[in-house]
Design a protein around this ligand. Sequence first.
Ligand code: PMP
Length: 415
Amino acid sequence: MADKALYTFERSDALMDRARRAVPSGIYGHQSPALLTPGSYPSFLARGEGCRIWDVDGNEYIDFMCSYGPIVLGHRHPRVEEVVRKQLGQADCQNLPGEAWVELAELLAEITPWAGWVAFAKNGSDVTTWSLAVARAYTGRDKVIMAADAYHGIGAWCTPGKAGITPSEKADILTFVYNDLNDLRRVVAENRGAVAGVILTPFRHEAFHNSEMPNPGFLQGVRKICDEEGLVFILDDVRAGFRLNLNGSGEYFGFQPDITCYCKAIANGYPLAAGLGREELRAAAEVVFFTGSFWTAVTPMVAAKATIEVLRDEGGIAQMDAMGRRFREGLDQQARSLGLAITQSGPPAIPFMSFVNDAAFERNRLFCGECARRGVFLHPHHNWFLSAAHRERDIDEALVATEAGFKAVKSQFGG
Ligand code: PMP
């Protein structure tokens, strides 16, 4: 098949020139195009439908980033859009919450076997930071243990950024090596009586790193240590939630936390975060001050309710798993037939691929850039996301572009 014309980005580039003057860095944070392959990606998007997105130059992509997670059913899923439209015709942000505040909390507690109550906010960082406060209020202790290099958001206690953060803001955070129970036991023993809880993502998925699944028994071992030492076990399910198991990633990996933090995929792109807790933690959650200007807005809550119902009714999680496997198999075959050594990591619905001996991600930047210029939106050093809108034909179409990407790596790097 002849290669289709490669994309160009005139309008994106012109907007980016203006953005650089109007906004610090133009676009900051994880969506900065500086983190992608220069010249091969757009900087601004215009619209989305299902698993397809279009940039401001009109280029179309099969979307394997899903807005870095939030789009779990596909862009503009009709059942979600319908309840959103209806709600916007009434009101969104008001003096008091709407009925959906109660209905959604009941639904989340119902589908999560161990949870007694639910609190709402907007961003993942809101709930991860709040979860530490609840653990501290419950235990009367200050310190919290996290895995070294894990990403839990932009709270001063956990941000990977250094500028503007004082050492005192991280003083109560202790780290251990993910998947190493002995290291966790060591940190707990060295701080006995001072540790409120442990916060972990269900698998290791930070950027610039292959994903790392929990070793058999690791999460269960963390649970046991928390029980023995009276620590609150916090699951940061912001990135993986609603992609692995509708009842939470604890169910997928076979353990039950004390608090779960949800955000990204909960409302198919509408802004909402939720913290779920065990009944014993209710009194602590009641005394932690927790609020925000937009936190009771109704639209994201009706969107979340519809998103969860559609995922359940239409088997969305199994669909993402199946399409993730199909994509992974296709990539594997292509790399093997070209003699390229790759590593595929993470669960099929939240996959990542990197090249062996590519510590600086140079091969992956070329590979993903070549895919982007052929209409497939991947990321060179952040995990990818499937949505329930991906179908076999989308995966197979994407594999045409990835083949060209692999060939470009072969011709530039030789292997
Ligand atoms: N925890 C994890 C595991 C995340 O992936 C993220 C976002 N990437 C956060 C917390 C923070 O969420 P937010 O960006 O919505 O504040």
